[in-house]
Design a protein around this ligand. Sequence first.
Ligand SMILES: [Zn+2]
Ligand SMILES: [Zn+2]
Ligand SMILES: [Zn+2]
Length: 143
Amino acid sequence: MAQGHRKDSDKSRNRKDDDTLAEASHSKKTVKKVVVVEQNGSFQVKIPKNFICEHCFGAFRSSYHLKRHVLIHTGEKPFECDVCDMRFIQKYHLERHKRVHSGEKPYQCERCHQCFSRTDRLLRHKRMCQGCQSKTSDGQFSL
Ligand SMILES: [Zn+2]
Ligand SMILES: [Zn+2]
Ligand SMILES: [Zn+2]
């Protein structure tokens, strides 16, 4: 019974609100945009992105961006610091982290990865760092 292609069934399910889709594209025929219909019925207009995440239906401009994003779902962190065993999703994060071990600013906020030369500065920072975690994300899809 459940032997159909998973991808296909997901797609058709995602597209069940065809009426909304037709209406939206009707009023903006000349504009080259894609209307993404969420499962809860809401939809949003986006510029065309051809790389779709099968986990959350997020769309990305290139396979590089998609691959990097999928790591969020798999929990994989391929970049490991050889000094302290911390792991990172992006190479950029690892490079930035490695400066911690150069000795200049050995104290790092694990929330936003900012580095500080003294513990008291780090502690002071941590007190006002509650909301700065969202700054490190791409802002693509924070569900
Ligand atoms: Zn995703
Ligand atoms: Zn390290
Ligand atoms: Zn911080």
